[in-house]
Design a protein around this ligand. Sequence first.
Ligand SMILES: [Zn+2]
Length: 451
Amino acid sequence: MKDEIDILIKDGLIVTMNPKRQVIEKGAIAVKNGRIVAVENSSELKKRYFAEKDIDASGKIVMPGLICAHTHLYGMLLRGAPLKISPPSDFSQILQRVWWPMDEAMTQQDAYASAAVACLEFLKTGTTCFADTYSGPNSTHLSLDSIARAVEEVGIRGILAFEATERHSREEGERGIQENVRFIQKIAKQKESKVTGMFSIHASFTCSDDMMRTVRTLASKCKVPITIHASEGLVDVYHNLEKYGKRTVERLHNIGLLGPDVVLAHCVHVNDDEICILRETGAKVAHNPMSNMLNAVGVAPIVKLLQDGIPVGLGNDGYIFDGFENIRTALLLHKVYHRDPRVMTLETVLEMATMKAAELYGLEKDIGSIEVGKKADVIIIDSRRSPTPVVPQSVYGHLVNTISGFDVETVMVGGSIIMENHEVKTVNEKKIVEMARSAAEELWRKLGVTL
Ligand SMILES: [Zn+2]
């Protein structure tokens, strides 16, 4: 008598990312009630289970859905924008001339449209969970509801926050914090939601000690993570040294912000003492190599952070949403920076995009690997176009060096198939792209672009 299950993914090359980093040839995954109930050889599981739906994964790679540790969904509307600005010469000017005017111009509809199109691209390229920070001083209240609606419609997971900042005033910071509190309390009432909330602080150079302490207290009370941009450009370091006599991580530690529930985005300009503080407080790091290269801020000391045992997840910072491109860049950047091809491995960069990213937000018991008991967030990648063998010994090399996100053909989140053979099951792709185009056109117009 066979046990009944919902779905059996069979005959695939399964990259589990479990603690033993097992790769199973001709493997199968049994899914019931949204969770993984068995991962073994196909022949074994075919004998044991009767599935309502079988998925034939022969010739394909099966792995956990990618997790993006830091993003700004609304950055999608900036894609290709021919802004008429003097070319920024450093990171501060990038914020002042590109991002901050965009933040001001964003509306609730833009928040929804950008989130929908960004989640669609995440889905189509194999990312099943992300941590987002939205910024919009003129669209603050209820913005997280608009974004949550888009995430839920597409069907992937999102950890959402509004980016609190005192860029204009203390009241602005208060409004940002309140939007997070409102959303966190609301979403906490929804059991089994794929969307959750957290707190986001923009950066130490736009926020007071008082504001950051308030966020710390609230996050502990609500039991949600905090994220903050830290030492992305030199502006943080200069600001904190001049005003407080401390480097960025030292100041954050001094006010009591840091802890295992804090994710620092970037950490490009951190020294050994600051790395020591990160280790001692249990704070974690979201690495955004493509964004760091785009903004020319420098190279984060990821090799050192990893050597010191600090969890590092991979983010896109609102730039390139195909996780496989970010994985590949993380591999390449550190090799060339150190002029040593040994400093970054295939396994390390894949970990940063899966189980390590899950660990950043305390989700490692539920997602980030293919293991019994975990939520069934699984992607299936067509590797049949590969000109060389795709076998357990070569699969990491293929995933990091040759696979593109658009090779992902089937995506399952919590046991629900939301894309099958490249066909999105949850939303109308064409409508979402049209909606995003129209939002972008209006937004660009507000930013002075004439089309
Ligand atoms: Zn960011």
